[in-house]
Ligand binder design. Structure first.
Ligand code: GLU
Length: 509
């Protein structure tokens, strides 16, 4: 039986187009999406663009591209049909005007005419200066001036409208992550909620829209937690129902909180996808580094949320099933590049990305004039795919270069160096014997038998195989030697072994 749509739960992602979406914003979008899906609710995208000064062209386009790439679909909102249109605040100014007038009329907001300079001076003079019930009677605002002068001043267009916060009142609200929070209104500022150019500020527009759009849960970053008491006051002044609040822990990189202005991330990407837009310059993104959208979703879901089970690889459906606000941590979360790569690796394998890898590898080989056969490439990719962390040519090449080029540099661990120095005789003997062995396709059993027949010790067997690995690959890494032997021809193997032999015997005389 199909579940009924629960129209009651309505959540929104409300980004400001002040720069490209980063993964902090993406996580907010994702958690909203997950919660809507989990509750059969509605997920809304609203663009909060009241701050024209900080507007950056194409950031809405980049945002939409990113959500699409991650497959985070919204039900209602910007660019889509919906009952609560328009879903972009710059097209809703008439609505805000109506509500600001109501607040003024009911004396919950007032005009303020103070010069910026004067306020700066106050802040300098009184360290903890706050514009509110304790100070506003001595400042230049409509509460202290007679009506005639007010009308005159309003005409000069040099005013702002401030929220009249109550005197000495405890504002209490409950956040689903941070619990009960109480703040005394004397600690709050009479925030500017409307400007003389007839535009609202974020705090005001946000409350009006959340109410008019019937938002039931406000899920957003912790940076907004301290503004919530102010929003509660506005809700109360209008006598509106207050939505539930869910503030998500901050995401930190090695330099502190990630933000649109914090570009210094030491290789840790903070943007989801590359940019198609000239004015949005993204140097490093998850997409370009070779992350898959499915794994990025998994990585981002785990930024703060930790389900009580012993697994960290989940697809979106499992995340939706498991997700609860209870499992979100209060503490700030750190981006972890190593873990992100580990998650991506799991997805690369799972989703059979051979074709993508084939394409990148082939392109690279052609570009570098390296001989290759498609059949061989496919075999190699099958062997190395479970080692690839990122679908980019650097990582692919790192895992398979030795099939295409003969190593000329060798990394020999110290222990092995000593073994070589003290066991030259046996090494020369084994080098001599092993050549024959490579004539027939070698496998593990054959090689064990081969060494057994020679009656050499386990120690020699152990070190000699390492020597062979280094001669083929250049260092102690890579897939099974026997798989490599199967793909390289006899001449090639012997050439590498001989080359390495001369190198070690010249160096370790
Ligand atoms: N427009 C705000 C932002 O840029 C949204 C905050 C909220 O969700 O209330 O993040």
């Amino acid at each position: 039986m199909k579940k009924k749509l629960n129209k009651f739960i309505r959540v929104r992602f409300a980004p400001s187009p002040t720069g490209p979406l980063h993964i902090g914003g993406l996580r907010t979008a994702l958690y909203n999406y997950i919660y809507a899906k989990k509750t059969n609710g509605i997920f809304i995208l609203r663009i909060d663009d009241t701050d024209k000064k900080r507007f950056i062209k194409n950031s809405i386009n980049y945002l939409i591209d990113s959500l699409k790439w991650c497959n985070i679909n919204y039900d209602e909102g910007y660019g889509k049909k919906g009952k609560y249109k328009p879903y972009i605040q710059s097209k809703r100014f008439k609505i805000y005007k109506k509500y600001i007038n109501k607040l003024i009329k009911n004396k919950f907001a007032y005009y303020a005419f103070d010069k910026k300079k004067t306020l700066k001076l106050y802040k300098k003079k009184y360290k903890h200066f706050i514009y509110n019930s304790l100070t506003r009677n001595n400042l230049n605002n409509s509460l202290n001036i007679n009506n005639k002068i007010i009308t005159k001043l309003i005409k000069t267009n040099k005013y702002v409208i401030r929220l009249k916060t109550p005197y000495n009142k405890n504002i209490t609200f409950y956040d689903k992550i941070y619990g009960k929070i109480t703040i005394n209104s004397n600690q709050l500022d009479d925030k500017i909620i409307y400007r003389s150019n007839q535009t609202p500020t974020y705090h005001f527009a946000n409350v009006i829209d959340d109410h008019l759009m019937n938002i039931t849960h406000v899920i957003r970053g912790k940076e907004w937690l301290s503004s919530t008491p102010l929003h509660i006051i506005i809700y109360n002044y209008f006598n509106w129902q207050i939505p539930k609040f869910v503030h998500l822990p901050l995401i930190l990189n090695n330099k502190g909180k990630i933000s649109k202005r914090n570009f210094n991330y030491n290789n840790l990407p903070i943007y989801p996808i590359k940019s198609k837009y000239k004015n949005i310059n993204i140097k490093n993104s998850y997409e370009e580094l070779g992350f898959l959208p499915e794994s990025l979703i998994n990585i981002i879901a785990l930024l703060g949320w930790k389900p009580n089970i012993n697994n960290e690889i989940f697809n979106i459906n499992t995340i939706i099933k498991l997700f609860t606000f209870k499992d979100i941590n209060k503490s700030d979360v750190h981006l972890n590049f190593k873990k992100s790569c580990w998650i991506n690796k799991k997805y690369i394998n799972k989703f059979n990305n051979n074709k993508k890898i084939f394409f990148l590898l082939k392109q690279y080989l052609i570009f570098n004039n390296i001989d290759h056969k498609d059949k061989l490439l496919n075999k190699i990719i099958n062997l190395i795919i479970n080692r690839i962390k990122l679908i980019n040519i650097n990582d692919i090449w790192y895992n398979c270069y030795y099939f295409f080029i003969i190593p000329k540099k060798f990394y020999i661990p110290l222990k092995l160096k000593y073994y070589i120095i003290y066991n030259k005789k046996i090494i020369i003997y084994l080098f001599f014997k092993i050549k024959k062995f490579f004539k027939n396709k070698p496998n593990k059993n054959k090689i064990i038998l081969f060494f057994k027949k020679l009656q050499i010790s386990y120690n020699d067997y152990y070190f000699f195989l390492k020597i062979i690995r280094i001669s083929i690959i250049g260092e102690l890494k890579g897939i099974s030697l026997f798989d490599i032997f199967n793909l390289l021809n006899y001449k090639n193997i012997i050439y590498r072994i001989n080359y390495f032999k001369t190198i070690i015997f010249n160096n370790y005389k």
